[in-house]
Ligand binder design. Structure first.
Ligand code: ZN
Length: 950
């Protein structure tokens, strides 16, 4: 009974801890253009550059490019507006110092992150670009006239205080500088909400979190801003991207029921395709929810949750990833961006197109990123114990694991905020520390003070092996007890035993690499540096593994501050002298320094910065350089991130097992290349290995089915099908099917232009039977009766194609077939319409059958059949007033006053004023008698009409 009541009390206590303390979900965001001045600012700059277009030519750019070397960016600062402002909210010296400390640390980061061609002059604020202000800050006269020395980017810092707002800060650039070789922002402003950015709780962890916010804001200044995509630099065109350019890289899609912008600038697009393993993508998604300054200005939370450039600060660690690096490259502003300062992320990685588009709404898959309703689980990167919720403003209504505020494993403050919680953590072996992560675990202390309801999440301490394939989990309360999880143990539940006593089960994490890529730095770099991939990058003046030692030089292995590292040691990014440099740096022997690798290398070896050992996300190592595309004969191997040789016999491949083109001596067999059975240089052959059917490149298939480099006599190299092709008939040597260079003289062929011919000169072409019977002639001679002549003979005229044609009969000379000029004896010239011909005495033209006199060929005496003689013409229809007399084929005149008749006795129509009169069997025309009565006249007209009709 006693025990039971005690455990009930503790159970209630745990519920209290879980439900009251933990679920204080708070979202604080970055909203850059909630302040309308930011949008107005970009609109003004855009307007300025439209009125003042960039005039420098590409030539100028090229001329100057070679003389410009890049160096680490110099960001200068103006903190004067962080002092108490006359009308502004109260700000203490401590608050100001805190903001300055954050900003200076962020600048340490950026000086290692960005390289530029240095500004060789003072940076001058041009008030015409933005109506004189920099996002509500008024620059000093000095900034507008003399300018800022040694500055590539000058930042104004200001503050406000609004405890009701969720806003952390906002930022943007406000002036751009153009030189012969670059266009980029050179002035910007960052504004903090001191009500939300402050030093609370675990001060080192809080500093590191706030530092991420400041870096986030500065990245907005560097061009990660939806409002200024048109102002991005188009390096190829040496100008701004403009509206057209911006439209080319932005697409809108309805995803998960929400209209979403996708950014498809080149590096971002390539990164997205590779990261999600989806080649169809058009870009990476921008945030599609939230207020105007959050929406579009950040990466979409749902598909890349813990990226630094998502819209709100998170309790979990956020990371600057390859996506943000890619975007900064795509702004065209910054010559080099150091991908080595980005951190690995895993959210949605390699999950494919369905994940990218549908996420938690997928109908085909359930992704671990989107857990079921109402569960408790470790957060995705193992940072904390949490619960599934749709509360995230930017989460597209997907279930996401939200970390409990007091269950962040790396916050030692959570270990014992009260006696009860402290005891609970002891009893369940919860370890909150700098290097603790969340595990599925139900371990309990061998001697717990209380019993608790079953809960299977714990924070435990761990250590990663250097290759990140193994972790060792330890327990601060039980020294000596440890659990090892290797790659093969991922997801495996293991018993943990202490002195023969089973403490419970712990499940090895499902992704050890992910856990080890998410390690904290010792003491979160003590507020004197930034943690990148588990190592501190210390501000100058500080050093040590946690940046906690004041030292203006470097700290040697004995812990002393020295001006130069001792020989065989090199100054690491934490200013500690070590025998080696970390990835992304190489040892410079002369200065005993670790120098930044060329940003194309993720690892490099001296003595020069660009001798790479490993490459960035989008590139592959090929003999110490990093390339986007592997050379011929090699393929891009994603596992080793290097160019690997294609397998034997393959010249173009996409992997070891997939060949596109085989090399000489090999032939395709499925996806691979096998040694060819044909005898080289046969490429393909019949069943006889020496009987070639095709040859390797450069060789031609001969008529004997061998492979030759020069074809035999009478054949030419036909590069269309790589065979020796026969020359035309009579040709011994030709360059192609149309051009003979040597004819077969032995067989009577002779050169005729580019052809060979048997025809006897001056015949150019001739009858096959008779080489003297010409079809065409050489030297523009004329052809007449199959002979070549210099001019057409008398009685011939020149027609088309140099052919002489005979004139018509009786023609002595003519100009064409219808135009006689003179006639032979006994002929006379006769002209009619378009013809001029010669006629003889008996000539008589159709349709005359006989003519009435000599040399009168159209004066008919009799006609051909079906024609009728009318006068001296032959006609098919007689004129009006005539009728056809069939008996003698003539046209005979109708009787007097008759207009139309069928015989001499049968008139059908009379001329005016005459009428038909029936007389016996004849119908003749008589003069019309005028009647007095109208009625009778009418009647007679009716009779006439009736007569006509019947
Ligand atoms: Zn932001």
């Amino acid at each position: 009974m006693k025990n039971q009541s005690k455990s009930t009390f503790i159970f209630l206590l745990v519920l209290f801890i879980l439900s009251v303390h933990i679920r204080t979900h708070q979202e604080i965001s970055c909203s850059h253009d909630q302040d309308e001045t930011i949008q107005e600012n970009y609109r003004l700059i855009n307007e300025y550059f439209q009125k003042n277009p960039i005039k420098n030519s590409k030539d100028n750019q090229n001329r100057n490019l070679s003389s410009q070397k890049t160096q680490q960016i110099r960001i200068t600062t103006d903190y004067t507006r962080l002092s108490q402002q006359p009308e502004g909210p109260a700000i203490s010296q401590a608050e100001k110092d805190y903001l300055i400390s954050l900003s200076n640390t962020a600048i340490t980061f950026f000086s290692n992150f960005i390289k530029v061609q240095p500004n060789t002059k003072n940076s001058i604020f041009n008030p015409r670009q933005t109506n004189g202000t920099c996002l509500a800050v008024v620059p000093s006269e000095n900034d507008k006239t003399i300018g800022i020395a040694d500055s590539d980017l000058h930042l104004y810092f200001s503050y406000f205080s609004d405890s009701k707002s969720s806003e952390l800060a906002n930022a943007g650039f406000c002036n751009m500088q153009q030189t012969y070789t670059y266009i980029r922002p050179n002035f910007g402003r960052v504004q903090f909400n001191i009500a939300n950015i402050k030093n609370v709780g675990n001060k080192f962890k809080s500093f590191q979190n706030n530092l991420k916010t400041v870096i986030h804001e500065m990245i907005h200044v560097l061009g990660f801003t939806f409002g200024a995509i048109e102002l991005w630099s188009n390096r190829e065109a040496y100008g701004l991207l403009g509206e057209e350019g911006a439209n080319k890289i932005l697409t809108t899609l309805n995803l998960r029921g929400i209209d979403t912008y996708l950014l498809g600038s080149s590096n971002v697009l390539d990164t997205a395709k590779k990261y999600y393993n989806c080649s169809e993508l058009v870009g990476q998604q921008l945030e599609n929810q939230g207020e105007s300054g959050s929406k579009n200005y950040h990466w979409e939370r749902t598909i890349i949750r813990n990226e630094l450039m998502t819209a709100s600060a998170m309790l979990d660690n956020t990371k600057l990833s390859v996506f943000t690096v890619a975007l900064l490259k795509d702004t065209g502003y910054w010559d080099e961006v150091n991908e080595n300062l980005s951190e690995p992320i895993y959210w949605g990685k390699d999950k494919g197109c369905d994940f990218f588009s549908n996420a938690c709404q997928s109908t085909t898959q359930r992704y671990e990123e989107y857990p079921a309703d109402n569960i408790q689980a470790c957060s995705f990167d193992y940072d904390a114990q949490g619960y599934s919720t749709k509360e995230d403003t930017y989460g597209d209504d997907c279930n996401l694991i939200q970390s409990y505020r007091n269950r962040l494993c790396d916050n030692i403050d959570n270990q014992s905020p009260s006696i009860e919680v402290g005891q609970y953590n002891i009893d369940v072996l919860n370890d909150y520390s700098n290097n603790s992560k969340c595990f599925i675990s139900n371990l309990k202390h061998p001697n717990p003070q209380y019993d608790y309801e079953e809960n299977n999440l714990r924070c435990h301490q761990y250590q990663c092996s250097s290759d990140k394939t193994e972790i060792i989990i330890t327990f601060s309360l039980l020294p000596g007890v440890q659990l090892v999880c290797g790659i093969n143990d991922q997801g495996v539940q293991k018993d943990v035993v202490f002195s023969g006593f089973n403490l419970g089960q712990l499940t090895c994490p499902t992704n050890i690499m992910k856990l080890c890529d998410n390690q904290n730095c010792v003491n979160f770099c003590s507020s004197n540096g930034i943690c990148v991939k588990g190592s501190c990058l210390c501000n100058s003046g500080y050093g040590g593994i946690d940046c906690n030692t004041k030292c203006n030089g470097f700290i040697d292995l004995g812990g002393s501050c020295v001006i130069k590292c001792p020989d065989n040691t090199f100054a690491n990014p934490d200013n500690v002298c070590r025998p080696k440099c970390p990835n992304g740096y190489y040892a410079q022997k002369s200065g005993n320094l670790c120098k930044l690798c060329d940003f194309s290398c993720s690892q490099c070896i001296g003595p020069n910065s660009d001798q790479c050992l490993a490459c960035q996300f989008l590139t592959y190592l090929d003999s110490n350089t990093c390339v986007q595309k592997c050379p011929i004969g090699k393929f891009a191997d994603n596992h080793s991130k290097s160019c690997q040789s294609c397998p034997t016999g393959c010249i173009d491949c996409t992997s070891l097992s997939s060949c596109n083109v085989c090399s000489d001596g090999y032939e395709k067999s499925g996806e691979t290349c096998i040694e060819s059975l044909c005898t080289s240089p046969c490429k393909t052959c019949s069943s006889n290995p020496t009987f070639c059917l095709s040859c390797y490149s450069g060789l031609y298939l001969s008529p004997q089915n061998t492979c030759v480099s020069s074809c035999p006599e009478g054949y030419f190299k036909n590069s269309l099908n790589m065979t020796c092709t026969k020359c035309p008939i009579g040709c011994k040597n030709c360059s192609d099917a149309k051009n003979c260079t040597q004819c077969d003289k032995l067989n009577g062929y002779r050169q005729q232009g580019t052809d060979c011919t048997l025809c006897i000169s001056p015949c150019a072409t001739c009858s096959q039977e008779n080489p003297n019977s010409c079809y065409s002639c050489e030297n523009n001679m004329f052809i007449q009766n199959n002979q070549c002549v210099l001019a057409c003979s008398k009685g011939f005229y020149l027609g088309k194609n140099n052919v002489c044609h005979q004139c018509l009969d009786g023609c002595e000379s003519c100009s064409d077939s219808n135009s006689c000029i003179s006639c032979n004896k006994d002929y006379q010239l006769f002209s009619d319409k378009n013809v001029q011909i010669c006629i003889n005495s008996t000539s008589c033209f159709s349709p005359c059958s006989t003519c009435s006199s000599t040399f009168q060929p159209t004066t008919c005496k009799t006609c051909e059949s079906n024609y009728y003689l009318q006068g001296q013409k032959c006609v098919t229809q007689c004129d009006l007033g005539y009728f056809k007399m069939q008996s003698n084929s003539t046209c005979v005149q109708c009787p007097l006053n008759c207009k139309k008749c069928s015989s001499l006795n049968n008139c059908e129509t009379c001329y005016d004023k005459y009428e038909i009169k029936q007389n016996d069997s004849t119908q003749i025309c008589t003069q019309i008698q005028i009647k007095t009565s109208g009625q009778l006249l009418q009647l007679s007209i009716m009779v006439l009409l009736l007569t006509l009709f019947f």
